[in-house]
Design a protein around this ligand. Structure first.
Ligand code: GRF
Length: 255
C-alpha cells in the first residue's frame, strides 16, 4: 500500500477517535494524513477538531435530507445510477420481513444522502475511508462506489463492543446492561450488514463490579484511541488481507 496513506474520515459527534487519528498522523504513528472530514450532522463537535488542524471539512445534512423526503418523496431526485433491485438484493441492514414501502423509503433516502456524500468527497482523493463515530448506516449504493475492487475493502469502522456481540448504536450500553464481565471495541471493514464486516482488531476491557456505564465507556474509549490508529497503520503498511472461504472470512495480518 502507500507510505503516505490518504485518509478520509466521516463523523457524527465529538470526534475523540478522529482526534486520536489526527494525533497519530501528526506524530507519525500513522504513515498518512487526513485529507477530509465529513459529517452528517452540522453540529458535530468533531468538525471543530478538523478546523483546528486545517483539515478540509464538509457536512451532508442527513436530517434535512430525510425531512425533505418525508415532506415530498416524489420531488426528491434519485441518483441517476440508483439501481433499487441491485441494492436491495445486497443490503443486509434491514430485518427480514421489513415491508416493501419501508425498504424502498430507507434505500432511496440513503442513496440520495450517499450520492451527496460521494459528491462532497470527490475533491479529496483518498485511499482509506474511516468511520469515526459516524452514526449512519451505509448502504451498498455507497459501499460499491468506494470499494471498487472487492478484494481491497477501503472502508473501516470502529465499534464500541466485542463484535459479533452487540452490533448497533449502543455497544457499550448493551454490553453493560447485559451484565457482561468483559466488553471492548472492534475495528472492522464495512460490508453490507450492520457491524458485520471482517474484523481487523479488538481490545477487551474488564467491567469491574464498581464500574458505572460511564466509567466503563471511558475505559473502552481509551482503548479505541489506541486500537484505531494501530489498525490504520497496518492498512497503511499493506499488511491487511481479507481471506475468505466458504466458512470463514478473516483479515490476515502480515508480520
Ligand atoms: C465511539 O465509541 C465509537 O466506537 C462509536 O461511536 C463513538 C464515537 O466517539 N462508533 P467519538 O465521536 O470518536 O468521540
Amino acid at each position: 500500500m502507500k507510505a503516505n496513506l490518504r485518509i478520509g474520515a466521516l463523523i457524527s459527534g465529538g470526534g475523540t477517535n478522529l482526534q486520536a487519528v489526527i494525533d497519530g498522523c501528526e506524530n507519525h504513528a500513522i504513515s498518512g494524513q487526513i485529507v477530509f472530514v465529513g459529517s452528517d450532522n452540522p453540529d458535530a463537535k468533531g468538525l471543530e477538531r478538523a478546523r483546528r488542524h486545517a483539515i478540509p471539512s464538509f457536512v451532508v445534512d442527513y436530517g434535512a435530507i430525510l425531512h425533505r423526503y418525508r415532506q415530498e418523496p416524489l420531488a426528491q431526485p434519485l441518483p441517476s445510477d440508483f439501481d433499487f433491485d441491485d441494492i436491495q438484493a445486497k443490503c443486509r441492514l434491514l430485518p427480514a420481513g421489513t415491508d416493501a414501502d419501508r425498504r424502498r423509503r430507507f434505500l432511496e433516502t440513503r442513496a440520495i444522502a450517499e450520492a451527496a456524500l460521494i459528491e462532497a468527497m470527490r475533491p479529496y482523493p483518498f485511499d482509506l475511508l474511516i468511520l469515526a463515530g459516524f452514526m449512519r448506516n451505509l448502504t451498498p449504493y455507497f459501499i460499491d462506489r468506494v470499494n471498487q475492487d472487492a478484494a481491497r475493502p477501503r472502508i473501516m469502522n470502529i465499534h464500541p463492543a466485542l463484535l459479533p456481540s452487540f452490533p448497533g448504536v449502543d455497544g457499550y450500553g448493551d454490553t453493560y446492561h447485559y451484565g457482561c464481565k468483559v466488553g471492548g471495541c472492534t475495528v472492522h471493514f464495512v460490508d453490507y450488514g450492520e457491524d458485520s464486516g471482517p474484523i481487523i482488531g479488538q481490545r477487551a476491557v474488564a467491567i469491574a463490579p464498581g464500574d458505572s456505564l460511564e466509567t466503563f465507556k471511558q475505559k473502552g474509549l481509551a482503548e479505541e484511541w489506541k486500537l484505531y490508529p494501530h489498525c490504520i497503520e497496518l492498512y497503511a503498511q499493506g499488511k491487511l488481507k481479507v481471506v475468505a472461504s466458504a466458512k470463514r472470512r478473516v483479515v490476515a495480518i502480515a508480520p
